[in-house]
Write a protein that binds this ligand. Structure first.
Ligand SMILES: C[S@@+](CC[C@H](N)C(=O)[O-])C[C@H]1O[C@@H](n2cnc3c(N)ncnc32)[C@H](O)[C@@H]1O
Length: 198
């Protein structure tokens, strides 16, 4: 089981964005949906060992959880993924914690706090250019969770919220890459390690 949490500092938390201009109208939700694809989807299949959380802070904070073991009909293209997020954001909930909308897809009122409460026991890592090289890092199993910034990176508020967990900083290389590329590299590293233990 691996989990990725992507924190969207500007990503709209309301469904009033245009699918035909996602980057221009959604506070860069396009970055977050590409992270979903990178974390959860591989060629012709969904990863049943992966859960992705999106935190949308461009408005009243909302969080989305997609569980690869349960979710169906998750398509790899940006538009379909944006429709999935838009439908989830249309569901207004004041319940505590995540509310399942359909199998494997759940939404919550709240931001990183509600995600941290949902994670339970885990080995936390933060994707950070200045961290330990992922090739050298001890990536604890069975419950690693990786926190990733959006196009703006993680701000002080996110780092402060994460600090009680003392996440280990992990780098995928010396160059600052797009969030979804950092996730792809981590997923690949985990795949390689698992293959070695088969
Ligand atoms: C486009 S980067 C953000 C860049 C932003 N200028 C900053 O300084 O954080 C988006 C996110 O991808 C992850 N990331 C990007 N490059 C990385 C790297 N080389 N190693 C680890 N994580 C990386 C980080 O979590 C980062 O917050």
């Amino acid at each position: 089981m691996r989990r990725f949490v992507v924190i969207g500092r500007t990503a709209r938390s309301t469904p009033d964005f245009k699918l035909q201009d996602l980057p221009g109208t959604s506070g860069r939700l396009d970055v977050l949906v590409r992270c979903v694809r990178a974390a959860l989807l591989c060629s012709h299949t969904i990863r049943d060992d992966t859960i992705v959380y999106l935190v949308m802070l461009g408005g009243p904070p909302r969080a989305l959880r997609i569980d690869g073991a349960l979710a169906q009909y998750v398509r790899p293209d940006e538009r379909n993924l944006a429709v999935l997020v838009q439908k989830a954001l249309s569901r207004v909930t004041s319940a505590e914690g995540f509310v399942e909308l359909r199998q494997g897809i759940a939404v919550a009122a709240g931001g990183l706090d509600v995600v941290l409460a949902d994670l339970g026991e885990s080995s936390p890592y933060v994707l950070d250019e200045a961290g330990v090289d992922v090739r050298e890092a001890t990536l604890s199993t069975p419950r690693p969770v990786f926190f990733c910034g959006d196009h703006l990176g993680l701000d002080d508020a996110a780092r402060a919220a994460l600090s009680p967990l003392s996440p280990s900083p992990v780098s995928v290389g010396p160059v600052s890459v797009h969030a979804e590329d950092a996730i792809t590299i981590v997923a690949n590293e985990l795949d390689r390690r698992r293959a070695n233990f088969r």
